[in-house]
Design a protein around this ligand. Sequence first.
Ligand code: HEM
Length: 219
Amino acid sequence: MAAKLSSWLDERFGWRGVWQAIFLRNIPKVNWLFTLGSATLFIALNQAITGILLTIYYVPTPDHAYDSVQFITTEVTAGWLIRGLHHWGASAMVIVTVLHMLRVILHGAYKFPREATWFTGVFLLIIVIGFGFTGYLLPWDQKAFWATIVGTRIAEVTPFIGETLLRIMRGGPELSAVTLARFFGVHVWFLPAALLTLVSVHLYLIIRIGISAPPKKED
Ligand code: HEM
C-alpha cells in the first residue's frame, strides 16, 4: 500500500529524483569541520520554531514589550525554555556561522566554481548579524534600549548617508515606539524571508556543484 502510494506520488511529483539528488548524492571523504554548515542550518531551524512560538505572547509596543517578555519567562508553560533556546541560539548562530565561514576560508572552498555559494554566504552572515541587532531591542529593557542607541549612533558615523541611516533605523531622530515596531517587523518578516531565500539558493548551489574535497598537501 505504502509502496503503491509512493510510486503514485513519484509519477506525479518526481520526488525520488529530488530525494536522490539531495540525500543520496556522492560526497568526497570529509571530516567534522564539514558539519558546521548543517549545524548552522539546525540552529536556524531552532530560531525559526522558538521565534514563532515567542510571537504568541510577545507584544511589540513600548507599553507591553518588557512585561510580555517577563510574562513569557515566568508564567507561560515552558516559556523560559523557549526564550532560553531562542536567546542562546542567537549567540550560537553567530558563532557557528563564523566558524563555518572560517572552515570555507581554511579549505579555499570559496574558489571556482563556488564563488556564488560564497557570495550568498556573505549575505547570509549579514542577515544573521541583522537578526542579532534587531532582536536585541525587542525585550525593551535598559540594556536593549541603550545598546540600540549605541548601535544606531555607530551607523550615524557612516560618511554622507549616516544621518539618513540613523533616521531610517530609528524611524525618527530618537528611539521610540516606531523604532520598536520597525525592528520587530524587520526581525520577524524581512530577515526571515531573506534568510529563507538565500539559504535555498545556498543549498541549491551546494547540491548542484557538490561539496569540495578537503585540499591535499600538494594542492
Ligand atoms: C545561515 C547561514 C549559513 C547556512 C545555513 C549555511 C549552510 C551550508 C551548508 C549546509 C553547507 C554544506 C556543508 C558544509 O560545507 O558545511 C554549506 C557550504 C558552503 N557555505 Fe554555507 N551556510 C551559511 C553561511 C555561510 C557563510 C557566512 C559563508 C561564507 C561567507 C558560506 C559559504 C559556503 C561555501 C563556499 C560552501 C561550499 C563549501 C564546499 O563546497 O566545501 N556559508 N553552507
